[in-house]
Write a protein that binds this ligand. Structure first.
Ligand SMILES: C[S@@+](CC[C@H](N)C(=O)[O-])C[C@H]1O[C@@H](n2cnc3c(N)ncnc32)[C@H](O)[C@@H]1O
Length: 302
């Protein structure tokens, strides 16, 4: 395969490099924002699972750079297991969103004030074992949701990546207990052939008296006790009467003039000669150690 073959197959990948985004995912958040005006009035935002940082770049451009001359520009906190290269106006935390201590680190950045908007584009490393991958992804979404319920202001918005697997309507139903509106959105830059979509949860409405607290010793069921989320036995097998299960409205974002992420577009001759390099090389890729060993001639087969 030639150097430009991915550029040819994936127009958003190519456009991301042209426009300086660290990943093509930037277009997903931009298209979601076009559809739902997610950034309106937002002062404090948390980007969970943020590396390499294209969503944080979008937030920086739309919320920090446009307001930097005002007395209080938006505060953006980005969290990931991986280290991230700096982005203008973004505080990066290298932390695990499944660990309760991460919550306090985020709140400290906001001086104890709640967030207006939390987004999560989290995805675990895939093992190739389909059921296990689906389970870990579901757990990651639950962790992002738990964290969100502890730091989002009433009326705030939560957006997270989901995979529309078997029991996704259960998640929609659970979310409907916590938010006024739950929409399943598919940006045009997300491949039609992928099960990926985004839940857009608008108008956070925690049940009065429910005080979500994160503790290592607490199970997910204990965490949501009192939240009003149905009658949980385990959260994955939540018992909801048929009338309480809900199918979220499905919205495709990005109009027909947007590029189709599953189509192949031709490259002009000029582009083929000067195929662009990625905007940001991975900061700590797993293959780095192997490359170092190889360079030092220490890579030996045992
Ligand atoms: C698809 S990438 C996010 C891309 C990002 N939104 C962007 O636009 O550049 C998924 C990220 O989830 C992160 N992640 C997975 N599990 C995590 C966890 N438990 N805590 C924090 N980050 C996690 C991974 O390290 C990875 O960087």
């Amino acid at each position: 395969m030639g150097k430009s073959s991915k550029d040819k197959r994936d127009l958003y990948y190519r456009k991301a490099k042209e426009e300086g985004w660290r990943a093509r995912s930037a277009f997903k958040l931009l298209q979601l924002n076009d559809q739902f005006q997610l950034f309106d009035g937002v002062r404090r935002v948390v980007d969970l699972c943020a590396a390499p940082g294209s969503w944080s770049q979008v937030l920086s451009r739309e919320l920090y750079e446009k307001q930097q001359d005002t007395a209080t520009p938006a505060k953006i906190v980005a969290v990931d297991l991986q280290p991230m290269s700096p982005i203008n106006g973004v505080t990066t935390l290298q932390a695990d969103i499944t660990h309760p201590k991460t919550l306090q680190r985020i709140l400290d950045e906001f001086g104890g004030e709640p967030a207006d908007f939390v987004c999560s584009d989290g995805a675990p490393d895939v093992t190739g074992l389909h059921d296990l991958d689906e389970y870990i992804q579901a757990q990651l979404i639950l962790c992002a949701l738990q964290l969100t319920t502890c730091m989002l202001r009433a009326g705030g918005t939560f957006v997270a990546k989901i995979f529309r697997g078997r029991d996704i309507d259960l998640l929609y139903s659970q979310l409907r207990f916590l938010f006024d509106r739950v929409i399943c959105a598919k940006p045009r830059s997300s491949r039609g052939t992928s099960l990926e979509a985004f839940i857009v949860c608008i108008g956070y409405k925690p049940r009065p008296g429910w005080q979500p607290t994160l503790e290592l010793s607490k199970s997910t069921e204990e965490f949501f006790e009192g939240s009003g989320i149905g009658r949980a036995t385990t959260l994955e097998h939540l018992e909801l009467p048929e009338e309480e299960r809900c199918v979220a409205k499905f919205v495709a974002c990005g109009d027909l003039s947007s590029y189709d992420s599953d189509a192949t577009y031709t490259l002009d001759e000029n582009y083929q000669r000067i195929s662009l390099d990625p905007v940001q090389s991975p900061t700590a890729p797993p293959y780095k150690k192997a490359l170092e060993l190889k360079r030092r001639g220490e890579m030996v087969r045992k």
